[in-house]
Design a protein around this ligand. Structure first.
Ligand code: ATP
Ligand code: MG
Ligand code: FE
Length: 342
């Protein structure tokens, strides 16, 4: 199948053409990072305006780069949630207009399912699998028995991993988004500050707000005593804590569930420290590990097309009544039977 996919859930306007769920014919991402940087985060109204300006250009570019005309396509896929409602609706309305104009079915994809399916663009998914989702708004361990089956076995009780990265980056006066800067600085440090690890007993849940407070207090104390602050050592201490907890819980769950593959998904999966740590720990256990290339970790439309390809094969077809689902959780998306087992 040949699918045009559209993603506008946050601050990236993206379109992609995907063949058979694993071949990227094009993947265009127009980022708003430069204009959102000034505000130290994403301002919803500005995001929406950017999407409106970019969406048509991005879709045309994706088709052109893929050397595809609308009549070649089998379906249009679009992120229906979760995300910023105004941003989502711009992608959804563009998808609806395109589907209507060219007589194509429309398929709504859950953004986090999309992040997970980025790995299907690297190699075929091996079930049962465990996905560690670490993004700007989510941190969860997802168990998948097969395509379209998502069981959330653990999640964050407060901040998402990416959110913690961005907040700590702000404390260190680094530009938005802070994840890549902290990652780089952590690798430049010789030693890291010893920050706590949030184990939360035997659960697969996560917590990052305590760590964030520990970073703030540490910096504040040094400032009060007039001592030198070495941001690289803070960055490394923070990253070591995040990576150790994420790796330990992921490996434990993978062993306990006896999965055939572990994948990592979402913007924070671009993190070098995390990728190296997971690779090493899973190699030791002999469990295959997949991390998407960096361009497929942060928001993109190729991952939405990859997920939609399986939905298309499973017979899922949406219609023009589709609406934005800004707060949709992965677990309830499945209950809606949006993505059935083939
Ligand atoms: P969600 O997917 O939960 O809706 P989102 O789409 O805003 O949220 P993503 O685009 O998947 O999030 O990821 C963005 C996040 O990834 C940001 O918080 C950013 O700081 C973080 N990030 C990007 N690269 C790195 C890196 N190398 N190390 C750590 N964090 C990173
Ligand atoms: Mg983003
Ligand atoms: Fe995302």
């Amino acid at each position: 199948n040949l699918i045009l996919a559209i993603e506008t859930s946050c601050d990236e306007t993206a379109a992609s053409v995907i063949r058979n769920g694993n071949e990227i014919l094009s993947s265009v991402v127009a980022s708003q990072i430069e204009s959102q940087k000034r505000f130290g985060g994403v301002v919803p109204e500005i995001a929406s305006r950017h999407h409106v300006e970019q969406i048509t250009i991005v879709i045309e570019e994706a088709l052109e780069k893929a050397n595809v005309v609308p009549s070649d396509l089998d379906a249009v896929a679009v992120t229906e949630g979760p995300g910023l409602v105004g941003a989502l609706l711009i992608g959804i309305n563009a998808a609806k207009a395109f589907a209507f104009a060219h007589g194509l079915p429309i398929i709504g994809v859950h953004h986090i399912a999309g992040h997970i399916y980025a790995s299907a663009l690297v190699e075929p998914l091996q079930f049962p699998l465990l996905a560690l989702v670490v993004s700007g708004g989510h941190t969860e361990l997802v168990y998948m028995k097969g395509h379209g089956s998502f069981e959330v076995i653990g999640e964050t009780r407060d901040d998402a991993a990416g959110e913690a990265y961005d907040k700590v980056a702000r404390v260190l006066n680094l530009p938005y988004p802070g994840g890549p800067h902290i990652d780089r600085m952590a690798h430049e440090a010789e030693k890291g500050v010893d920050f706590p690890r949030a184990w939360l007993e035997d659960t697969y849940d996560f917590s990052f707000s305590g760590l964030k407070s520990a970073v703030i207090n540490y910096k504040h104390n040094l400032e009060q005593r007039g001592q030198e602050i070495i941001p690289e050592e803070i960055a490394k201490g923070f990253q070591d804590s995040v990576v150790e907890v994420l790796t330990t819980k992921t490996v434990k769950a993978a062993k306990e569930l006896g999965v055939k593959q572990v994948i990592v998904a979402g913007g924070v999966s671009a993190n070098r420290g995390l990728r190296e740590s997971l690779q090493k720990a899973l190699d030791q256990e002999g469990i295959p590990f997949t991390a998407p290339p960096l361009s497929l970790c942060t928001d993109n439309a190729a991952m939405i097309g990859a997920c939609a390809a399986y939905m298309y094969e499973a017979g899922v077809r949406g219609d023009l009544s589709m609406n934005g689902l800004p707060g949709k959780e992965l677990k309830s998306w499945i209950q809606d039977d949006n993505l059935r087992q083939p």
